[in-house]
Design a protein around this ligand. Structure first.
Ligand SMILES: *Cc1c(COP(=O)(O)O)cnc(C)c1O
Length: 361
């Protein structure tokens, strides 16, 4: 059976090479007579898997000993709570830039925890269609939190915000993690739910600068304390073994593709097919965000009516292209073009868009 063109926003498409390798190893991992799901996480074979995945993440991003990479659970959503719990003491103020649904949730979670939280900037005034260029930090900021790619609205930070020295920059990179070269050195903490771009749901990759460990509130419960996971090298309790194994395979795949520069160039070419289809449609397809803020990972657009949007999504599906419905909070259409989505899928979608317009415009 042919595989579909999978434009799902998350869980998203994984590389075919990775799926096939996992399939080959599933029943009998490297002749051990059992699968990765069934082996002890304390075995030396599993240690090779988890440390290999971790070390490859560091290698791909060019990180040195001043950073740790850990795997956690609870999705990116649990990080919304874990970040302020660890890094916002009562005498400081957590700062957030609000660029969409996930950023709003992160901000609200800090407040729910009883922390002082400040909105340094927001693009809500224009339906989150842009990335703010300016922000005002509160006095005594604990950190600045941004959402690097806005999965639902379809905007992306294309430059990293500059923060005054000594103020940690923290980013939710769930939906553009490993999609382009980025200078992680500018960030003190980065987290990403695996299921958008690097693996199955169940694991969150956290990159943490070592000097952050000194800032952690010691009263944070053990399992939510980043130091627990750094000290135990992600094995304080049973990690999401299978998910981390796949992340490891995806890291090897990224290297085999030529690393992040190549991945990025490919992502640009992929997104261009679809943005061009939008821009060349004389307004039949309308992008929902400012061109300079367009995401390379989640491309959002509208058609002239909701009826046409429903028809578009249905006919696309009949043509082997799935996952084009926009998030339920915003409607419209969205094509997610994560790393593993082949160029051909974006080409085929752009052709389908032009045909659809011809027949319905
Ligand atoms: C999907 C997503 C989340 C939520 O991730 P979960 O793993 O489901 O908790 C948070 N932030 C961003 C940017 C996302 O795309």
């Amino acid at each position: 059976m042919e595989r579909v063109h999978n434009f799902n926003a998350g869980p998203g498409v994984l590389p075919e090479e990775v799926l096939l390798e996992a399939q080959a190893d599933l029943f009998n991992y490297k002749g051990m007579g059992l699968s990765v799901m069934e082996m002890s996480h304390r075995s030396k074979e599993y240690e090779a898997i988890i440390y290999g995945a971790r070390d490859n993440i560091k290698k791909i991003y060019g990180l040195g000993d001043d950073y740790d990479v850990i795997f956690m659970q609870g999705g990116a959503t649990l990080q919304f709570l874990t970040v302020p719990m660890n890094f916002c003491p009562d005498d400081k103020i957590a700062n957030y830039i609000n660029t969409g649904v996930w950023a709003t949730k992160a901000f609200k979670e800090a407040k729910k925890l009883g922390k002082k939280a400040h909105l340094a900037a927001s693009s809500e005034d224009e339906k989150f269609s842009y990335i703010p260029k300016q922000w005002t930090l509160s006095e005594n900021p604990a950190y600045l939190h941004i959402t690097n790619n806005n999965t639902i609205y379809g905007t992306e930070w294309h430059t990293d915000p500059v923060v005054p020295a000594g103020i940690p920059l923290i980013a939710d990179m769930s939906s553009n993690f490993m999609s382009k070269p980025i200078d992680i050195q500018k960030y003190s903490l980065v987290y990403a739910g695996a299921q958008k771009n690097v693996g199955p749901a169940g694991a969150v990759v956290v990159i943490i600068k070592k000097d952050m460990l000194e800032r952690i509130n010691p009263n944070v419960p053990t399992i939510l304390n980043y130091k627990t996971h750094v000290d135990a090298e992600s094995m304080s309790n049973t990690p999401p073994c299978w998910s981390i194994y796949i992340i490891g395979l995806v890291m090897k795949w990224i290297e085999s593709m030529g690393g992040l520069e190549k991945i990025h160039a490919n992502n640009i070419a992929k997104a261009k097919y679809i943005y061009d289809a939008i821009d060349n449609s004389n307004g039949f397809f309308k992008g929902t965000v400012k061109p300079e803020a367009r995401s390379l990972m989640n491309i959002t657009f509208r058609l002239p009516s909701e009826e046409l949007e429903d028809k578009f999504i249905k006919e696309a599906k009949a043509n082997g292209m799935i996952g084009l419905k926009g998030h339920r909070d915003v409607g419209g259409c969205r094509a997610s073009t994560y790393n593993a989505l082949p160029l051909k899928a974006c080409h085929d979608l752009s052709v389908f868009m032009a045909d659809f317009q011809k027949n319905n415009g």
